[in-house]
Design a protein around this ligand. Structure first.
Ligand code: ATP
Ligand code: MG
Length: 886
């Protein structure tokens, strides 16, 4: 079976078990402050599991793009070194939200693996939670009982809390889990090892690995650590697709399957090096060098996928947060390619066509954005290779110094600096040092690393208390229709961050828009007769608006009026609507390749990032502005469709974005020809925007442009500022009518005057040269020219050269010049003074310049120095003559 067939068979099987087959959520998460990347299939169901979203349909299945490179799941360092962990992988999953539980999940998993896929049951082992006496949780006998229907007792293994008890976080849903492990050793390996598969489960044997984890969520963990039953039991399963494919294709490494082989073949072609598959390696034990090549090829094949998918999902490499994680993955690949595959130029981007050819059908976002992906990867590679070279240069200097000092250990602080500023990981520094006969103080390095981690932890530490529940219920968002609404507080909690304390409130009804989709959250107040509390911000969490306040109401159970700050709200709304019009106009004027890559909307400004491969010209920007302003003047009314099924929305013409997560029901916002999926707050008609003006157009990354613009009142302010500047300039020119003409005339006059002055100066220099040469003294056969005079540095240099041109040999000329009280010393001599008298102008000028509190240098026959003390000029000139010892 091919990988694609296996993926389809999973979906078909669960469809036949009444599961709704749903799409993968994006790998990059945009609106959850607690998680940057999807790292498990369940992430997108968090709201349902927490009870804030409708659980229907209760049975679902999908294949989910996951990335495990940060936070709780970080497999990055394993990837490439082993053959079954990836950074990005697909997780096949099936869910039951309050429908079937342990028995159903176990039976279905078994039926799929053994009856449908025909995996050999003798090679399958399952684990169950052994229990935790201190927490008063018994062994999961229930799961064991259902497993016993399918496997003999010696294939059921007790597992500890670490492996067999799943938790969403420090608090929240949790429960025991059962894992399915496969013993995929060859018969020879089994015979040679003398161990049973049972003995190797969870022992890090690369051939006895977990493929499927079935989580039985049945508890809720509270902040004090105690457990209570969950109101709805949940089944959450995750099976590693690449591992399953490997089992099905009878391979012993994920990289030997058709998921990775095409990429590895392309790598071999480009580098001219060979990759050894598991079989080839077994037949032919490989050298350390060949193993490094193998690891590097796996790293590059894996990282190529992770980086390409995240770019397609809208997350570009950058120097902060999620973007930085992606940058680090890419750099890791560059490093391996550079060190072990001999790739001194960008390499990964050359593999993109192969990746797209293999996966572009299953993931159309790759195909559509191939050009962007290639460009971004290439630019990142080029710039990191430059950094790498700089770092290697620094390391070489450091090693030279060590050699000179007779030492052979690089200190850990330096190694850490290389890591921190040049992205040079310790192993690379060690490798280069080792090749040159040096060691690195690893202990010191680790101390520095630890210090930095602590700094980061202290900066980011957030502490959440338990929610205090005042009333039951779900929140209704009424902000599309109202800016004021009666509300009650459903629950609140205290949050401590960087020693700041604030509270988060959830209301039953709220007109407040929580920050989402690039639009900032509303602020405002809640009030009643007794008190008024400021809402300083609103955020979105698990599908709800969370209101941030500095202090709790005295009576949280009272009823309040929630009032949004409408000045800010309307300004944001106008900017959001203008962003839609801008998106539309850009597509019209630049072409259909324009795709939104990010946006930010606040009351003061709007920012829009989009794919486009060259600078937008001034004419194009004007055209865009004209088109947007035209639509504003047409005062087009909002045409809003709430809760329409996704497919119907597409029929309306709304453009879905890659990397965006859409629910089953979506909201569509249309202003005339502009039609988008959008949950944001908009102006009731385009006329409310008032006016639209682009402030800047720039590049944010390869292939991504950014436009910043302002609307309405902000434009008014801008206009006034410009008008004031213009008025002030006019006043300089006596309020001339033809300002441009007058300024042009002024500049022309200035230019011609400058030319005249230069001509005068040249004449003056000419004259001075003549006079000075005539006045030259003779000392022991040397013509000595000295002078102290006002002159600018360029003229002084000119003068020195003219004097030299007038005298064939035996000339020593020392000029002290000053320009606006800035002294300068110039020494000029003929070549014979250097060769026969052994003089050096550079050395002499350095010494003499001390008298003008300055420094300088130059060549043996000509040197100059500037200084601070013009009063010392004649002494400096005399000093030079003295140093010449004529
Ligand atoms: P392991 O112990 O092998 O790292 P895990 O316990 O971290 O696995 P889960 O979090 O239970 O795995 O994820 C469910 C399934 O996803 C695993 O059974 C495995 O098949 C797959 N999986 C987990 N991590 C990776 C990874 N980094 N690359 C590929 N597949 C993975
Ligand atoms: Mg793991």
């Amino acid at each position: 079976m091919t990988a694609n067939e296996i993926r389809d068979s999973y979906k078909k099987f669960f469809e036949s078990k009444q599961h709704a087959i749903v799409p993968s959520a994006p790998m990059v998460i945009k609106d959850d402050p607690t998680l940057m990347f999807t790292n498990a299939g369940m992430n997108q169901w968090k709201d349902i599991i927490l009870g804030t979203r409708d659980p229907e349909p209760r049975r679902r299945a999908d294949t989910q793009k996951c990335l495990r490179v940060s936070g709780k799941h970080n497999d990055l360092e394993e990837v490439g070194h082993d053959t079954y962990h990836h950074t990005m992988f697909e997780m096949l999953g099936n869910w039951s939200f309050g429908d079937y539980f342990k028995e159903g999940a176990i039976d279905m998993a078994w039926e799929y693996l053994v009856d449908v896929l025909k995996l050999n049951p003798e090679d399958l082992y399952v684990t169950v939670f052994e229990g935790s006496p201190e927490e008063n949780i018994p062994r999961d006998d229930e799961a064991a009982k259902y497993w016993a229907k399918h496997v003999p007792e010696d294939h059921i293994i007790n597992g500890n809390k670490h492996d067999n008890f799943w938790e969403m976080g420090d608090t929240g849903p949790c429960g025991p889990c059962s894992e399915i492990h496969v013993d995929s050793r060859t018969p020879e390996q089994k015979a040679a090892s003398g161990k049973t598969g049972r003995e190797l489960v969870n022992q890090d044997d690369p051939q006895v690995i977990e493929i499927w984890n079935i989580v039985f969520m049945q508890f809720n963990r509270k902040a004090d650590g105690s457990l209570e039953p969950l109101s709805m039991n949940v089944i959450d399963t995750g099976m590693g697709f690449e591992r399953l494919v490997r089992m099905m294709q009878g391979k012993h490494s994920n990289y030997d399957t058709d998921v990775f082989q095409p990429i590895i073949k392309a790598e071999q072609q480009i580098t001219g090096l060979k990759y050894f598959t598991f079989e080839e390696e077994t037949e032919n034990p490989i050298s350390k060098e060949q193993d490094d090549i193998n690891v590097a090829m796996r790293v590059c094949a894996d990282h190529l996928r992770a980086v390409s998918f995240s770019i397609a999902d809208g997350q570009l490499p950058s120097n902060a947060k999620a973007g930085y994680v992606i940058r680090r993955i890419l750099r890791r690949a560059v490093r391996y390619a550079y060190t072990f595959l001999g790739q001194k130029d960008g390499f990964l981007h050359k593999l993109v066509p192969t990746l797209v050819a293999e996966m572009g059908d299953a993931f159309p976002e790759l195909k559509a954005q191939q050009q962007l992906i290639t460009k971004v990867i290439k630019e990142e590679e080029d710039s990191f290779l430059r950094t790498l070279e700089k770092g290697i240069g620094m390391l070489n200097d450091a090693m030279d110094k060590l050699k000179a000092e007779g030492k052979n250990e690089l200190d850990g602080v330096q190694a850490f600096r290389l890591f921190d500023t040049y992205g040079f990981p310790l192993d690379l520094t060690e490798l280069i040092c080792r090749e040159n006969g040096f060691t690195v103080n690893e202990e010191q390095f680790n101390v520095e690393m630890q210090k930095q981690k602590e700094r980061a932890r202290n900066a980011a530490a957030v502490e959440n208390s338990d929610w205090v529940e005042l009333a039951q219920g779900e929140q209704q968002f009424v902000g599309y229709d109202y800016t004021e609404y009666e509300c009650n507080i459903l629950r609140y909690r205290k949050v401590t961050q960087k020693k700041n304390e604030f509270y988060e409130l959830v209301f039953d009804n709220t007109p407040f828009y929580g920050e989402m989709g690039g639009q900032v959250g509303d602020c405002g107040v809640i009030c009643n007769e007794a008190e008024t509390i400021d809402i300083i911000d609103s955020k979105r969490e698990n599908g709800q608006t969370v209101h941030i306040v500095k202090q709790l109401p005295k009576d949280p159970a009272a009823q309040f009026m929630a009032c949004v700050d409408t000045d800010k709200r309307y300004a944001s709304a106008a900017n959001h609507t203008a962003t839609h019009l801008l998106d539309y106009a850009l597509k019209q004027i630049l072409g259909d390749h324009v795709e939104q890559k990010g946006s930010f909307v606040s009351p003061d400004t709007l920012r829009f990032d989009f794919s486009h491969f060259e600078k937008v010209t001034d004419e194009q920007l004007r055209e865009v502005e004209r088109m947007v302003n035209d639509m504003i003047r047409q005062d087009i009314h909002i045409d809003e469709h709430r809760d329409v099924p996704f497919d119907e929305a597409k029929k309306l013409g709304a453009i879905a974005l890659f990397g965006e997560k859409y629910g089953d029901k979506v909201r569509v916002v249309r202003f005339g020809p502009s039609c988008e999926f959008c949950g944001g707050i908009h102006a009731s008609s385009t006329g409310r925007i008032g006016f639209f003006k682009i402030i800047s157009e720039s590049s944010v990354a390869a292939g991504i442009r950014r436009i910043e613009a302002k609307t309405g009142k902000e434009c008014e302010e801008l206009l006034y500022q410009t008008e004031d500047i213009l008025k002030a300039v006019k006043a300089f020119f006596n309020n001339a009518k033809d300002l441009q003409g007058v300024i042009k005339k002024y500049i022309d006059e200035h230019d011609s005057m400058k030319k005249e002055i230069e001509a005068f100066q040249a004449q003056a220099v000419e004259r001075a040269a003549k006079q000075l040469v005539e006045k030259a003294r003779e000392v022991n056969g040397v013509k000595v020219v000295t002078a102290v005079l006002p002159m600018n540095p360029a003229a002084a240099k000119d003068l020195a050269f003219k004097i030299r041109a007038a005298v064939d040999s035996s000339l020593l000329c020392v000029l002290g010049t000053h320009d606006n009280n800035k002294p300068q010393l110039s020494i000029m001599m003929t070549d014979d003074m250097v060769s026969d008298h052994g003089l050096n102008a550079g050395q002499m000028v350095r010494e003499a310049a001390k008298l003008i509190q300055g420094g300088g240098g130059g060549q043996p026959h000509f040197a100059q120095a500037g200084g601070k003390n013009a009063d010392g000029l004649s002494a400096a000139v005399d000093k030079v003559i003295e140093l010449a010892k004529l």
